[in-house]
Design a protein around this ligand. Sequence first.
Ligand code: BTN
Length: 237
Amino acid sequence: MTLGTPHLHYRVVASTNLRAKELAGEGAPNGTIVTADAQSAGRGRQGRTWTAPPGGGLLLSVILRPFHAGLEFAPLATAVAVAETCEALAPVECMVKWPNDIWIDGRKVAGILFEGQIGHDRDEGSWLVAGIGLNAALRVEDLPFDLRETAATLGLATATEALAPLLERLSYWIEAPAEAILAAWRGRDALHGRTIRWSDGDSGVAHGVDSSGNLLVRTGSGDEVTLNSGEVHLSLG
Ligand code: BTN
């Protein structure tokens, strides 16, 4: 099915994810999307904020429900969809920094925030919101100072021109078989072979994801560690 209907668009909203979560709680159907020109309280992962100058970023939240067989791979599928969309729209190559930052030459062009609720029956009461912030049409100079060194942009004329291609890729990848999603994600793994550090000061070499999307790391002492995206804050070693 093609995601994107119904479509609610706001000139300014606190957060498209917050609005989508409200709508999901009220029973909005699978595929409903919320977009905005600007957010006053854009949400990032791990309590961070998401910033984009008005009109410069594609700010999109997609309601996904019910939890059918493959939806546990939705975060990986979304990252692949965003990467492919960027490459279709601009002469860039995208990698994915686990769990789902999209990088161009080591700079972040898009971030993804999944929020959701899993009800008892994993069906009617369950939903996910895939929140995507894509630096589609902004100028890096227009971002806050602390983001300018690490951000990338597609440099499109308008952010909205990324919407239809992204929904097409997302519709495709959300329904793709798990093995195909994993293979596509692994082919874009920016951390593979790199030394990383995580929350408690430990470090190791990343070597891919397991079938649940957890990051696999081998420490200096040869131990295998599995990192869950909800728990860890990574830095490159
Ligand atoms: C991250 O990299 O920390 C995730 C950023 C996700 C930002 C998007 S913008 C659209 C949607 N609404 C939000 O409030 N956040 C997500």
